[in-house]
Design a protein. Structure first.
Length: 197
């Protein structure tokens, strides 16, 4: 868990950039939480929520927009994914959803999923129900994502887009370089697909 601990500390330290990020995230010593029976938990996902204190759903701003769901909203975050409405309007479990998938965040309605059946927990993105790998572990995801957040702040002064709101080629090139240092090629592609497609 040392890698995950370091990645979460790194994420908590960069979060809050110049008022662009919304909410608060603090890394804390292990807190006692009672997890709901509706959600499957792995040691890693439990560690994530025991050690990250989110006072509300935390929102990463800028061009890397991402909402991280706080623990108390975790069950509700599964609606529309694990639990859906059938043709009669009743809430039922989705026939295509795996029990081990847990939605921990979203980007404009696109789910950020952790697969708790695999150790380390693989992180997936899902856009219009198309699921693809982003990182081989929670620690890798938050490590690279924190690098991206720092790059956006320090190297681009939170301006990854030009005046016409097109992403700057040098911004994307720098993010790709940072991702390729730590991720496999399919994960790099997944990162870019999730955040920029």
């Amino acid at each position: 868990m040392k890698d995950l601990e370091c990645s979460l500390q790194k994420f908590a330290n960069i979060f809050g950039r110049d008022g662009f990020d919304i909410g608060t995230i603090k890394y804390q010593e292990k807190s006692s939480i009672k997890y709901p029976v509706e959600i499957p938990f792995s040691d890693e996902l439990l560690f994530f929520y025991e050690h990250l204190d989110l006072s509300e759903n935390a929102i990463v701003g800028g061009d890397l927009f991402l909402q991280i769901n706080m623990f108390s909203n975790l069950v509700g975050s599964q609606y529309g994914w694990k639990w859906v409405k059938n043709i009669d309007g009743a809430i039922v479990k989705s026939s295509i959803w795996q029990d081990a998938w847990v939605v921990i965040g979203n980007k404009s309605g696109d789910a950020l999923i952790v697969d708790v059946s695999i150790s380390p927990n693989v992180v997936y993105g899902s856009i219009l129900k198309d699921r693809f790998k982003i990182a081989n572990s929670l620690s890798r995801f938050f490590d690279v994502f924190s690098d991206w957040m720092e790059c956006e702040l320090v190297d681009f002064d939170m301006e990854g887009c030009d005046e016409d709101l097109n992403l700057k080629p040098d911004f994307l090139e720098r993010l790709r370089f940072l991702a390729e240092e730590k991720l496999n090629s399919d994960e790099v592609d997944g990162f870019f697909k999730y955040f920029f497609s």
